[in-house]
Design a protein around this ligand. Structure first.
Ligand SMILES: Nc1nc2c(ncn2[C@@H]2O[C@H](COP(=O)(O)OP(=O)(O)OP(=O)(O)O)[C@@H](O)[C@H]2O)c(=O)[nH]1
Ligand SMILES: [Mg+2]
Length: 308
């Protein structure tokens, strides 16, 4: 169902209230998923595995994209788009765990990243830190997303403590996010958020080996955010705009004119204002005269004896 809102008036037909529950109004129309776009972008193997659980839910209006420096990304068919960040030579290779390589590949792919986020309103980024792709590409991805979208929510997955060097690399990548200028500008303006999902924090609840359960837990948390922070509020706003327009056209407290005789209600006749005589006779003369002429005479002062 598309929801439209904007300026218009007239009959239901003119307003475009369609059987699909849409309000098409004049030239300004807003359709969720078209004019207001929601994009979920996952980067790095772990980020993609978590986001794939959300992609499989086919949330309304949500576009999904998987980005990785590993050609196997093409196999994640549950995503609407899959982007392989590979070298220009066309060679199929991974980052070898290097965040520097991940960063270089992402920087070189900027036009492709621009295309992903162009026209997006709300962007949700899920990145896994600790490997080469997620750690290296995330800052570029967040910057490009922040330049294009109105609101950006970033979720980064932090490796388990037992992963040792990977966790350390992840933390260094987290520190480098401070250099993602556009993203940080947005954060300062309250238009972007960063949330760390620490795998280690769930060990007590799920155990160290329950990778899948942990991934599902993060997916549920992110999905709940998409629903409650973006989808539901935007739908409510458009619905309110639609209701306000309907109320404006047919006020709730107005009786339909055609039903007034049957209800015995008569619209009050217009009472003419009585003509009141002017309070002062001079005012009456003034009211009659179109132009008023003022004359006055200058009386010379009588000279004093001294002046003589
Ligand atoms: N919760 C959860 N975390 C994961 C999962 N897969 C990977 N991770 C975490 O993400 C970290 C980074 O691994 P990957 O995402 O595979 O690495 P990458 O970004 O693809 O980088 P390279 O493969 O090295 O290029 C790992 O150290 C894990 O802590 C997953 O399925 N669930
Ligand atoms: Mg990988």
């Amino acid at each position: 169902m598309g929801i439209y809102a904007g300026e218009s008036g007239g009959s239901e037909q003119e307003r475009g209230v369609g059987s699909g529950g849409t309000v098409g109004v004049g030239e300004a129309q807003l359709r969720l998923g078209h004019d207001v776009r929601f994009v979920l972008a996952a980067v790095g193997g772990g980020g993609i595995r978590v986001a794939s659980r959300i992609a499989r839910q086919h949330l309304r209006h949500l576009e999904t994209v998987a980005i990785n420096c590993d050609p196997t990304v093409q196999g994640f068919e549950e995503f609407d788009r899959r982007v392989y960040l590979g070298p220009d030579t066309g060679a199929e290779r991974d980052t070898g765990g290097s965040a520097i390589v991940g960063g270089l590949l992402a920087r070189a792919a900027q036009p492709a990243l621009d295309r992903i986020f162009q026209g997006a309103t709300f962007v949700i980024v899920v990145g896994s830190l600790g490997g080469g792709a997620g750690s290296g590409a995330l800052p570029y991805l967040l910057d490009v997303a922040s330049r294009h979208a109105e609101v950006v929510s970033a979720f980064v997955i932090r490796p388990f403590r037992c992963e040792g060097e990977r966790r350390a690399l992840g933390d260094r990548a987290l520190g480098r996010l401070h250099f993602a200028e556009a993203f940080n500008d947005k954060r300062e303006r309250g238009r972007a958020t960063l949330r760390t999902l620490d795998n280690e924090s769930l060990i007590g609840a799920f155990g160290g080996l329950a990778f899948n359960r942990i991934a599902q837990h993060w997916a549920d948390l992110i999905q709940e955010h998409i629903e409650s922070a973006f989808l539901a509020p935007t739908e409510a706003i458009l619905q309110a705009a639609r209701s306000a327009r309907a109320a404006h056209l047919v006020p709730m407290n107005a009786l339909p004119e055609a039903e007034l005789p049957a209800l015995g209600i008569r619209t009050p006749a217009v009472v003419p204002t009585p003509e009141m005589p002017p309070l002062l006779p001079a005012a009456a003369r003034l009211a009659e005269a179109r132009e008023v002429e003022l004359t006055f005479e200058i009386v010379r002062p009588t000279p004093t004896p001294e002046a003589r």
